[in-house]
Write a protein that binds this ligand. Sequence first.
Ligand code: G3H
Ligand code: 13P
Ligand code: ZN
Length: 339
Amino acid sequence: MPLVSMRQLLDEAARGGYGVGAFNVNNMEQIQAIMEAARETSSPVIIQASRGARSYTNDLFLWHLMQAAVELYPEIPVSLHLDHGNEPQTCFSAIDLGFTSVMMDGSLEADGKTPASFEYNVAVTKEVVAYAHARGVTVEGELGTLGGIEDGHGSGEVHLTDPDEAVEFVAATGIDALAVAIGTSHGAYKFAQAPDGEVLKMSLIEEIHRRLPETHLVMHGSSSVPPELVEQINRYGGALNPAWGVPIGEIQLGIRNGVRKINVDTDSRLAVTGAIRKVFAESPEKFDPRDYLKPARAAMQELIAGRMHDFGQAGHAEDYAAIPLDAMRAGYEAAAATV
Ligand code: G3H
Ligand code: 13P
Ligand code: ZN
């Protein structure tokens, strides 16, 4: 199957009432871990690359690795998505490279740090929607900002999504999916204790979904930060502070309320690091990278296969065939003509 439009993948998820994990990658082993987990669980999947991942892989390595994934796993619908595009040009270059989906994160200015005005967000997102939809490519926008700056991205301030603005934003931009800010942060340190409804505002998702029942919602910062992975890292020489993530049950509540895309990066990083530290600590005589990259890949596969079951995407890989991007483009044109 060729790379699939993310819009199609999310429309199918909405029809089936499930969510789809969007997993960040930076190298071959992470792509392999996700594809093996998808095969093991028969799941459609979204693979996403940040600006940092694109520069780490020099784009072309990433692109050819993704082509290998498509060739080797023909039964798996897979979308390649740009995570947190900081300005229209970043989205355009991803689209030109062949990504089937982009995120224009206009909640922040192009520096990826300063909270942007609503008007700025609408203007840059509209610009990307025009370019992307003319090529059948999906667009995710974001309204409100997440907390956390440890990965260098973000303002560090939480600005919760305003439901009235969300309605206006979706109408003004024509985006396919909306990332909402409900109190989560990127990285391992999201909450100082197990989160309750005061800090993790699932009620906001319920309200936005009530107001925008047709819009696919996206939860960023959705790693669960499993304590056993934090413990494993620390047992083998790591120094992570106690950390709380987003409980799976809360994500599942989101999925029942219109969340179709769930962004997970930190949990994969924890799984990979825990496995590598274990090999280094237990077998210090080893120096062949395969000796630690293989267990790292296996640990990430296990983590992701679990998430695929939790999110409900397992078992849905063979529900549908890919709609070519040309047909997606024609669909967007037809929809625009009826407005
Ligand atoms: O948005 C954050 C993702 O976890 C990507 O992180 O920018 O360090 O690649 P990164
Ligand atoms: P985590 O840091 O919780 O994995 O979030 C990843 C993310 O939102 C990528 O866009
Ligand atoms: Zn994010």
